[in-house]
Write a protein that binds this ligand. Structure first.
Ligand SMILES: *[C@@H]1O[C@H](CO)[C@@H](O)[C@H](O)[C@H]1NC(C)=O
Ligand SMILES: *[C@@H]1O[C@H](CO)[C@@H](O)[C@H](O)[C@H]1NC(C)=O
Ligand SMILES: *[C@@H]1O[C@H](CO)[C@@H](O)[C@H](O)[C@H]1NC(C)=O
Ligand SMILES: *[C@@H]1O[C@H](CO)[C@@H](O)[C@H](O)[C@H]1NC(C)=O
Ligand SMILES: *[C@@H]1O[C@H](CO)[C@@H](O)[C@H](O)[C@H]1NC(C)=O
Ligand SMILES: *[C@@H]1O[C@H](CO)[C@@H](O)[C@H](O)[C@H]1NC(C)=O
Ligand SMILES: *[C@@H]1O[C@H](CO)[C@@H](O)[C@H](O)[C@H]1NC(C)=O
Length: 475
């Protein structure tokens, strides 16, 4: 793998911050409830989507956060997986071999039939997504009417998988430059959903907020063009997104330290790790030496063959937090958010730890981190605003995000925020920070991957093994 050798540098961030305005009579904010579903095997899921090349994501096993939407006229219904780690909306064609097979695999997510829609338009045949395990989906880019949350979006471009090996419908909401039409097709970017909402004048600017809520809650929400200030504590603080080779393509920011129980940087500090904010990843993946330290602290037993660590379920009863520092902005993740019931075997719960080793891939802040944060993805200004989430908030106070970067600073820019960190061509580079806390001294359940070993390659066999050995289907 090739990595750019950018030296980490501290740059003074501009005072730029998102500007909010009260929602008027005709709010330019689009809200959508999202729903969480159990994953059958989150590690297998993440393994497949953590890609080696700049391709696309995959979900052929399980998914987490869904939103309902429809495509076509009359509406054909879909359950779409919200994914900040990719940029195309795509659905399966009803006629694909996968969806025609027995078992109604595509039933839960929905399928698209162009001939049943009076508003269908063919765009090109360049839709082609590949997965790490060699499977993929290909077919047409089309345009049709999308409806969600009471909103109608005409002529939205999306992919239709006529050949496919994933039954999911994915709603990728990242930068348009990361569309497979661009990366693989060599075509110009097209307006994906977040950009189309701006182009149509539905929202003011290409920015949205994602609130995943508590592990024990089943719903969260996404707000295009808006912020709900009742869903977080304190103030939003704004950090720069880190470009890759000068291009803003993914939601990568710098993690500058990690502590435990409010002890600043007790695990590491004074080093910058590029991390990808990815709602499509179930777990969080950090540099191996960081993860070793965590496994030691929580007595988690790593199983290399499965690429996950088993932890005593009682750890969920521990008070305390893991504190992620981003240039001085701290998001504290309660320990109980990091203990996931993976299976029930003979009446016994089996729990997995919510952080895995990144191995030779980039670090990823997935749902086990993201649930504790309220995150505004500001694609227009290439910034991320963060605040500590307000779990289970029931009230709302929705504000529009205004166009541009001037004005009332309801989100404040973080002074001297780290705006570069070594980033690989296939996602953030792990920079193996030196651990300042305890290092592991005793054996865990299995060998942790070394610098060159990558537990995620090995794919289907290991995934099946996890399912069998842990009884992942036992929900
Ligand atoms: C999506 O639709 C299904 C089926 O109609 C419904 O049960 C579910 O509550 C909806 N989810 C959301 C988040 O609106
Ligand atoms: C639509 O109908 C035409 C004519 O019957 C057929 O050739 C084509 O394969 C159909 N397309 C789809 C996507 O079903
Ligand atoms: C999709 O792209 C891959 C890799 O470039 C290629 O091998 C495959 O043939 C393409 N599929 C289609 C249907 O064009
Ligand atoms: C949020 O609500 C869920 C479901 O009612 C509950 O289990 C959980 O403990 C609540 N979380 C917090 C942080 O209050
Ligand atoms: C943590 O940082 C804060 C603010 O920089 C400082 O006041 C506090 O003393 C630090 N605590 C520790 C344990 O280093
Ligand atoms: C967070 O990281 C920044 C940048 O390395 C550092 O200056 C600051 O002291 C850290 N703050 C805490 C609370 O650890
Ligand atoms: C945004 O900032 C303005 C001015 O500081 C303040 O009046 C308003 O209450 C803030 N809104 C929120 C939601 O915090």
């Amino acid at each position: 793998m090739k990595f750019s050798a950018l030296l980490a540098a501290q740059l003074v961030s501009s005072a730029v911050a998102i500007q909010l305005a009260p929602r008027g009579e005709y709010p330019r904010v689009v809200g959508l409830d999202i729903q969480r579903r159990h994953v059958v095997n989150p590690v297998a899921h993440d393994r497949l989507r953590r890609r080696k090349t700049v391709q696309q994501t995959l979900d052929n096993l399980d998914t987490l956060y869904f939103a309902n939407a429809s495509l076509g006229t009359p509406p054909q219904k879909f359950r779409t997986h919200i994914d900040t780690g990719s940029s195309d909306l795509w659905v399966n064609a009803a006629t694909s071999q996968l969806c025609q097979q027995g078992g109604n695999q595509c039933g839960a997510s929905g399928t698209y039939n162009a001939n049943d829609s009076s508003t269908y338009q063919y765009v090109n045949g360049a839709f082609n997504i590949s997965y790490v395990d060699g499977s993929g989906a290909s077919g047409d880019y089309v345009k049709d009417t999308m409806r969600f949350g009471g909103l109608t979006i005409k002529d939205l471009q999306f992919g239709v998988g006529y050949t496919s090996s994933s039954p999911e419908a994915i709603l990728g909401i990242g930068y348009t430059i990361n569309e497979v039409a661009v990366g693989r097709g060599g075509l110009k970017p097209y307006p994906n959903l977040p950009q189309k909402l701006v182009d149509d004048g539905t929202v003011n600017t290409n920015a949205y907020s994602l609130w995943l809520n508590d592990l024990d809650a089943s719903t969260g929400s996404i707000l295009f063009g808006g912020v709900d200030s009742d869903k977080f504590h304190g103030q939003l603080q704004t950090l720069p997104i880190i470009p890759q080779n000068g291009v803003y393509a993914e939601f990568i920011i710098a993690l500058t330290g990690l502590g435990q129980n409010n002890k600043n940087g007790s695990i590491f500090q004074n080093e910058n790790v590029a991390v990808l904010l990815d709602s499509g990843s179930s777990l969080t993946y950090l540099p191996d030496n960081v993860v070793r330290s965590l496994y030691h602290t929580f007595d988690a037993q790593y199983d290399a063959s499965q690429g996950l660590a088993i932890v005593n379920c009682d750890v969920a009863n521990q008070e305390g937090t893991l504190d992620f520092n981003f240039s001085g902005v701290t998001i504290s993740v309660p320990i109980n958010e990091l203990v996931i019931v993976a299976a029930v075997s003979r009446g016994q719960r089996i729990c997995m730890f919510g952080v895995g080793p990144a191995g030779s891939s980039g670090s990823v802040l997935g749902d086990t981190f993201l649930r504790s944060a309220y995150v505004v993805y500001d694609l227009a200004n290439n910034e991320i605003s963060l605040a500590q989430t307000n779990f289970n908030a029931t009230t709302e106070n929705i504000q529009e995000i205004k166009k541009g970067s001037e004005g009332v600073p309801n989100a404040t820019g973080v002074p001297n925020a780290v705006s570069t960190a070594p980033v690989g061509t296939s996602g953030p580079r792990i920079n193996g920070p030196s651990i300042t806390g305890e290092i592991i001294t005793k054996s865990t359940g299995g060998a942790m991957p070394g610098a060159s070993a990558n537990p995620w390659i090995g794919g289907a066999a290991a995934a099946v093994g996890a399912g069998v050995m842990l009884g992942f289907n036992g929900f």
